[in-house]
Design a protein around this ligand. Sequence first.
Ligand SMILES: N[C@@H](CCC(=O)N[C@@H](CS)C(=O)NCC(=O)O)C(=O)O
Ligand SMILES: [Fe+2]
Length: 352
Amino acid sequence: MSFRQLFDPASSTYTYLLADDATHVAVLIDPVVEQLDTYLKLLREHGLALHYTLETHVHADHITGAQAIKQALVDQPALQTAVSRDCNAQGFDCYLTDGDVILFGHEEIMVIATPGHTPGSVSYLWRDRLFTGDCLLIGGCGRTDFQGGSAEAQYHSITTRLFALDDNVLVYPGHDYKGRRVSSIGEEKVLNARVTGRSLPEFVATMNSLGLPAPARIHEAVPANLMGGTVPPAHHAAADIPVLNISATQLSKFWLPGKRPASMTLLDVRTPAEFATLHVDGAVNRPLDRLDASGLRATLNAEDTIYCICQTGTRSQFAARELRAAGFRNVVHVDGGTNAWQSAGLPVKRDS
Ligand SMILES: N[C@@H](CCC(=O)N[C@@H](CS)C(=O)NCC(=O)O)C(=O)O
Ligand SMILES: [Fe+2]
């Protein structure tokens, strides 16, 4: 087997190349789009066929190279881009869940759900090596203050899922900001500044008071990564446009069955599958990757109020900015999305 740890200095991201020497089949974990040429050169030099790109989560600080690699390797039809189902992303070939086993050549990788940094974060276990993404970092862990993150979930992922592995398992993180490259489960159990000797409430209190600035590229990276790493031009143009927020409870005061003004529209920008499972009654489904903001101007008035809703309130912000960029003046995104609507005990509709 071959193994390479690659580094993107702009985002301090680690990308991992795993290869089965017997069959010359390889996998890339967390490729960064700017490093495309490095990956292609390595694959070519080692005569490797890439079978998977694997995301540990929807990244907030860089754009995944998944889509760019797929386009560059059209001659390798076995290549599949993969992400965890709980990331609620679109534009990938394969959606993974906890316990899935990914086969490449004679090798296998196990998917371990490790939510916390994001709800869809996973770690990958290959032989004695664990790729933790931004769940467990060396001496620390990923932040939990955006993208639907949860400090409680992170604590459980680290202490009950990852620390249950053998002490000798090597920990390869998604980032390191201080040049450290590898650790082990045994070391992290005793030396992790965030987790070692800390109770759940202590951990949560620390995570909720980090006060870190948002990643510089978050408004560009998240929407692109939710769509497999493509960068729709509209998102670039719309990135800096402010949009209004409303809470689910506030919306419920206007969004009453039978009493909704014709000048109000509720756009649900989740995938059709998410929409079918459960949605706010009266919402219209327009998945973010197919949202034709300019086209909507033909059917809706620029003065109409358009509420955008998704699952947790991330995708809806990007949809809202696109609508604003297309000329709609009253665009509001629903904080916390359908999750918040449901948690507030408001009525939902399920397609059976
Ligand atoms: N300065 C970085 C921020 C990086 C950042 O926030 N990274 C996330 C992972 S996506 C994190 O969890 N960092 C943990 C930490 O900084 O302690 C940027 O602008 O990209
Ligand atoms: Fe991250």
